[in-house]
Design a protein around this ligand. Structure first.
Ligand SMILES: Nc1ncnc2c1ncn2[C@@H]1O[C@H](COP(=O)(O)OP(=O)(O)O)[C@@H](O)[C@H]1O
Ligand code: SF4
Ligand SMILES: [Mg+2]
Length: 368
């Protein structure tokens, strides 16, 4: 069986180059998911971890929301709360509505029903989600049969269609393959197939391409966009890398220390950020223009979520921080544009400069 399964690299699997959200149907105004003031805490021996501190968003049909932030900012925990996959020790408050239904108030059985069928997840590492001892076909069929009564043969038929949909050639033969016989990119495609096999309304993709090389990353993201349109699903796309969001998300929620610190349309995030942290993230992206600006990581590290500093949690790293910043934490508030919110006392200073990443450049760079 090796011939079909082993020899092909990912590069020859996909013919779509440069697909973006502009090429697919726009979101409708049908509200699918609403998260209101979600808070998650973990009591531990060292103290209470304030992992998520008031996340709110609304997701419409076919809409893609990007959630961006450094590692440890609460991106995964907030999504696991939506999926109902947090450990029992987690203290959750706030509200989560799926198609108007209050998810946190549902009985366990109904929540299990939602999970995997209506809200599906694509994880960073497919090997943690795929079982090494079962074939891809068996696992895809199982995902169907967990939610729907049908003959196994029919479920396998659906599995084959899904492998086709995600661009895995010779799907029939590959149903009989085991996860380790797939390359990294193919495994991630199989995960996407598994996520969409029950026609979900929401796909949560948590760093779905982080482990893959750049070419394969682009192919997988394009496939995700194509697939969401095919099944009419909305996507929550989680990443630590702002570059992944460009062209792929309609709107973006930037997280820092468990809190949303900027929420806006993707263009506004890239071209007119109002929160210094977002500008710092932009400045740390590899430059695609010819100015030769290098990758410039934001100095310092995010604060402990057990002992948060007083005031703005970004203040120890923020080039604009002043007295007010260290005494009072800013609310996420409207800025100068409709639907553009930022948690910063000094957002007008960001508006006043042409290139907000300038605050994060060294003195020498600015003069030179
Ligand atoms: N089960 C848990 N118990 C205690 N702390 C946790 C648990 N799960 C996550 N955390 C903490 O919550 C914070 C947010 O984590 P996470 O959402 O995974 O970050 P991200 O996905 O943004 O990298 C981190 O500080 C992490 O250590
Ligand atoms: S509130 Fe102050 S410290 Fe926080 S991001 Fe704004 S300027 Fe920086
Ligand atoms: Mg994570």
């Amino acid at each position: 069986m090796g011939e079909i399964l082993d020899s092909h690299g990912d590069n020859r699997l996909d013919v779509h180059v440069g697909l973006t959200l502009d090429d697919v149907r726009p979101p409708s105004d049908e509200e699918i998911l609403r998260v209101e003031d979600l808070t998650v805490e973990f009591p531990t021996d060292d103290g209470v971890v304030h992992a998520v501190r008031g996340v709110s968003y609304v997701l419409h049909q076919r809409e893609v929301l990007g959630i961006v932030g450094e590692s440890g900012s609460g991106k995964s925990v907030s999504s696991m709360a939506v999926m109902g996959l947090l450990p029992r020790t987690a203290r959750i408050s706030g509200r989560i509505f799926f198609r108007g239904e209050d998810v946190l108030a549902l009985p366990q059985r109904r929540r299990r029903d939602l999970r995997g069928k209506k809200i599906a997840m694509v994880f960073q590492d497919p090997m943690t989600a795929l079982n090494p001892v079962f074939t891809i076909g068996d696992q895809l069929a199982e995902a169907v049969l967990a939610h729907e009564l049908m003959p196994r043969k029919q479920a396998l038929g659906r599995a084959r269609e899904m492998l086709d949909l995600v661009g895995i050639p010779q799907a029939e033969a590959r149903l009989r393959a085991y996860p380790h016989e797939f390359s990294g990119g193919m495994r991630q495609r199989a995960m996407i197939a598994m996520a969409v096999i029950n026609n979900p309304d929401v796909i949560i993709a948590d760093e779905p391409t982080t482990a893959l090389d750049v070419t394969v990353q682009a192919q997988i993201l394009e496939k995700l966009i194509e697939v969401k349109d095919a099944v009419n699903a909305a996507i929550v796309l989680i990443t630590h890398d702002l570059g992944v969001i460009a062209g792929m998300a309609h709107k973006v929620l930037v997280m820092y220390a468990g809190k949303p610190v900027e929420v806006a349309d993707t263009d506004a995030i890239f071209y007119s950020p109002r929160m210094p942290y977002t500008a710092g993230l932009l400045g740390s992206m590899p430059s695609t223009d010819t100015t030769g600006h290098r990758l410039r990581p934001i100095k310092g590290a995010p604060p402990s979520l057990i002992n948060l500093p007083s005031g703005c949690p970004f203040s120890p790293r923020c080039p604009l921080a002043d007295e007010e910043c260290v005494t009072r934490e800013p609310d996420l508030a409207l800025t100068d544009a409709l639907d553009h919110r930022a948690a910063c006392h000094h957002w007008p200073k960001m508006k006043a400069v042409e290139d907000p990443t300038v605050f994060f450049r060294a003195e020498s760079e600015i003069q030179g």
